[in-house]
Design a protein around this ligand. Structure first.
Ligand SMILES: [Zn+2]
Length: 104
């Protein structure tokens, strides 16, 4: 089970945005990566399609490996390790290892 979900707030632990927090806008479970809004920005250079046109520089957030981010618990507001808890009805919930709060 992928422990990070879209709209989670995460703390960046590595790279040029280390120490900042941002919102997850995309999860890429296949690559064990997430895209965080405004973080790890890269510039994509797009060549002009026609002669006389200018090339464009398009900024975009590059995916970060999940190992480089920590989920910030919505309850205790601290970057925490997230565990998976099996509930009585068999459903899985995520649990903050710091404050023990459960969330989906
Ligand atoms: Zn917590």
């Amino acid at each position: 089970m992928f422990k990070i979900k879209k709209i989670d707030t995460v703390l960046i632990r590595r790279g040029k945005d280390k120490g900042k927090t941002g919102k997850v806008i995309l999860c890429i479970p296949d690559k064990l990566a997430v895209v965080v809004e405004g973080m790890n920005m890269q510039i994509k250079h797009v060549r002009p399609k026609k002669e006389g046109e200018k090339g464009q520089k398009i900024p975009f957030p590059k995916p970060l490996p999940i190992a480089a981010v920590s989920v910030v618990c919505s309850q205790c507001k601290k970057p925490s390790r997230i565990g998976i808890k099996i509930l009585e009805d068999g459903q899985k919930a995520r649990q903050c290892k710091k404050c023990k709060a459960e969330f989906k």
